[in-house]
Design a protein around this ligand. Structure first.
Ligand code: SF4
Length: 63
């Protein structure tokens, strides 16, 4: 399983980055979040980020 962000949907609110900076960071040029640690990181904060994302654009994906 890897974690992905649907960039087309992301509104760049920064919530996921705030909750889980080990896994997400802001891409300042695109003004969207990106995944910096697709396979890992603390599961709890990933789940928090998924639950909190206002446009539900963070997903687990089967490889
Ligand atoms: S919480 Fe969702 S909308 Fe906000 S920056 Fe992260 S991926 Fe984008």
């Amino acid at each position: 399983m890897t974690i992905i962000i649907d960039e087309g949907e992301c509104i760049g609110c920064g919530s996921c980055v705030e909750l889980c900076p080990e896994v997400f960071q802001m891409n300042e040029d695109k003004e969207k979040a990106e995944v910096i640690l697709p396979e890992g990181g603390p599961k709890d904060c990933i789940e928090d980020a998924i639950d909190t994302c206002p446009v539900s654009c963070i997903h687990w994906q089967n490889e």
